[in-house]
Design a binder for this molecule. Structure first.
Ligand SMILES: NC(=O)c1ccc[n+]([C@@H]2O[C@H](COP(=O)([O-])OP(=O)(O)OC[C@H]3O[C@@H](n4cnc5c(N)ncnc54)[C@H](OP(=O)(O)O)[C@@H]3O)[C@@H](O)[C@H]2O)c1
Length: 147
């Protein structure tokens, strides 16, 4: 399983249910990585997302009666397909990153205010594998668990 996350230099991943930056290059990377794939997000992240065309979306919620337009509600994390890409937020990274063998981490090269943070534990057991892209604005690194 793969997870994809973007953080600022001071570890922020979210603010008020959304992303506290605009970064076209990272959005492009997110789009090309997830296009045509299954992806899983938490209910809070889902509510802040624009429609994501071309991806099969699973939304984790503890509400067994939940229905989401254009997405499949899942209450048991064990029911998330193993080939889904884990796309956050923090609660879902906490839950699913231990099951992942690859992590794609964008660092946005600035400090921003936020209310949701990258947890350094998420990187435990991973090693940087390769730099995928670096610009003045951001750095994208792939991490893998050593075999
Ligand atoms: N920078 C990034 O890469 C990135 C990526 C994604 C999101 N974000 C940001 O992260 C923030 C949201 O993160 P968050 O941690 O507050 O929320 P979240 O992880 O998106 O969603 C939390 C919700 O997921 C459901 N959930 C959690 N654990 C569960 C479990 N064990 N079983 C079933 N459902 C479970 C619950 O939904 P119910 O309350 O419905 O039960 C919970 O309220 C937003 O600001 C968003 O923009 C950033």
């Amino acid at each position: 399983m793969i997870a994809i996350v973007a953080r600022s230099e001071n570890g922020v991943i979210g603010l008020d249910g959304g992303l506290p930056w605009r970064c076209k290059g990272d959005l492009q990377f997110f789009k090309s990585t997830t296009m045509g794939r299954k992806i899983v997000v938490g209910r809070t992240t889902f509510e802040g997302l624009p429609p994501l065309k071309g991806r099969e979306l699973f939304v984790l919620t503890r509400n067994p009666d939940a229905h989401f337009e254009g997405a499949i509600a899942v209450s048991d994390p064990a029911d998330v397909p193993a080939d889904a890409i884990v796309c956050g937020g923090a609660a879902i990274y906490n839950l699913m990153i231990p099951r992942c063998d690859q992590l794609l981490v964008t660092t946005i090269k600035k400090e921003v205010e936020g209310d949701t943070f990258f947890n350094s534990h998420w990187l435990e057991g991973f090693e940087p594998q390769q730099t995928i892209e670096e610009t003045d604005e951001y750095l994208i690194v792939a991490y893998k668990r050593p075999v």
